[in-house]
Ligand binder design. Structure first.
Ligand code: IPM
Ligand code: MN
Length: 354
């Protein structure tokens, strides 16, 4: 009997639903091949629903979504909704409420994909960023005082708990071990200035590493130097672990060196609970409904979802299919692929079926 996975689907805004539809198309072919079954449950959270009903994400939705092992997300962000409302109300709320404390971002340049790094190829760009996803500046601690006056004060504090930092570090160490490449974990921080926050990170890093992961090399780089190395020497890295804010920034840089938002996928992981997989590119509203957007990032998010579900062989086959498709596309950028959105989905589905 085939194994059934109930999956929550939030297509979201702009081009989100289009790319998720291609991901589902491809995952259905994967399912046939591996005798799996996906049971898709669709939810309409996003800008349109908010504009119609004033509701962003009801509490009942969190309860309902928490019953799934995985959520497949398109994109959140609507041009008619003030920035922050949907991002905080849906994306960040789900990350926090479902305790998706890891944001996992593989940065891998596939053969045939053009990187803006002129002299770097697929053998040079292959590392993973483990971003803390539940704490730091994103918690929203602080406040604004005397708003709109000449004496206005704005405070935004970074919260780092030993518990939160430790579980993130442990995940990163485990991941580095399982990945089994260079077996090097780089802590990316700013210990020369943010001595409180990254003092905690650094102490925990070495304590945990020395005690439980002596097979993993411990490495450290300041965040500014990390950006420099990612461009100059990306082959240096194996796995990078960092806080929420730095992780947000360096993973966009990472997306660019791997060929852009057309291919960049991420997972919001709660190893014991409900995880959420998404293309990281955003809703790209100006391309909505035009068939121009690249679905490969969403398809790769589907691959990460398979991995999370423990379907590693299926994930591997899907990655190979994406790599083959990459060789066919003229460019990964929207409107320049030489194919429509659904043709790219068909292409990948075809390679999976082969
Ligand atoms: C990301 C995004 C989000 C973040 C935004 C949309 C809130 O940039 O997933 O990296 O900052 O985490
Ligand atoms: Mn980001």
């Amino acid at each position: 009997m085939s194994k059934t996975y109930p999956i929550a689907v939030i297509g979201g805004d702009g081009t989100g639903p289009e790319v998720v539809a291609e991901g589902i198309k491809v995952l259905e072919v994967v399912a046939d091949k591996f005798d799996l079954k996906f049971d898709w449950h669709y939810f309409d959270f996003g800008g349109e629903r908010y504009l119609k009903t004033g509701e962003v994400l009801p509490d009942s939705a969190i309860d309902e979504l928490s019953k799934f092992k995985a959520i497949y997300l398109g994109a959140i962000g609507h041009p008619d909704v003030k920035p922050g409302i949907l991002e905080k109300g849906i994306l960040l709320r789900l990350r926090f409420a479902l305790e998706q404390y890891i944001n996992l971002r593989p940065i891998k340049l596939y053969p045939g994909v053009e990187s803006p790094l002129r002299d770097k190829g697929p053998e040079d760009i292959d590392f993973v960023v483990v971003r803390e996803n539940n704490e730091g500046l994103y918690l929203g601690a602080g406040g604004i005082f005397k708003k709109g006056t000449a004496q206005e004060v704005a405070i935004q504090e970074s919260i780092n708990t030993r518990f939160g930092v430790e579980r993130c570090l442990r995940y990163a160490f485990e991941y580095t071990r399982k990945r089994n490449k260079k077996k090097m974990l780089t802590l990316c921080g700013k210990t020369n200035v943010l001595t409180f926050a990254f003092g905690l990170w650094e102490r925990a890093f070495h304590e945990i590493g020395a005690k439980d992961y002596d097979d993993i090399m411990r490495d450290y780089a300041h965040v500014d130097a990390t950006c420099m190395w990612m461009v100059k020497n990306p082959e240096y890295f194996d796995v990078i672990v960092t806080d929420n804010m730095f992780g947000d920034i360096i993973t966009d840089l990472g997306a660019m060196i791997q060929g852009g938002m057309g291919i960049a996928a991420g997972g919001n992981i709660n190893p014991e609970g409900t995880s959420m997989f998404e293309p990281i590119g955003g809703s790209a509203p100006k391309y909505t409904g035009q068939g121009k957007i690249n679905p490969l990032a969403a398809i790769s998010a589907g691959q990460m979802m398979l991995e999370f579900l423990g379907e590693e062989a299926a994930a591997e086959l899907l990655e190979e299919a994406v790599m083959k498709a990459c060789r066919e596309l003229k460019s990964l950028s929207a409107g320049k692929m030489g194919y429509t959105t659904s043709e790219v989905g068909d292409l990948v589905a075809g390679y999976v079926a082969e």
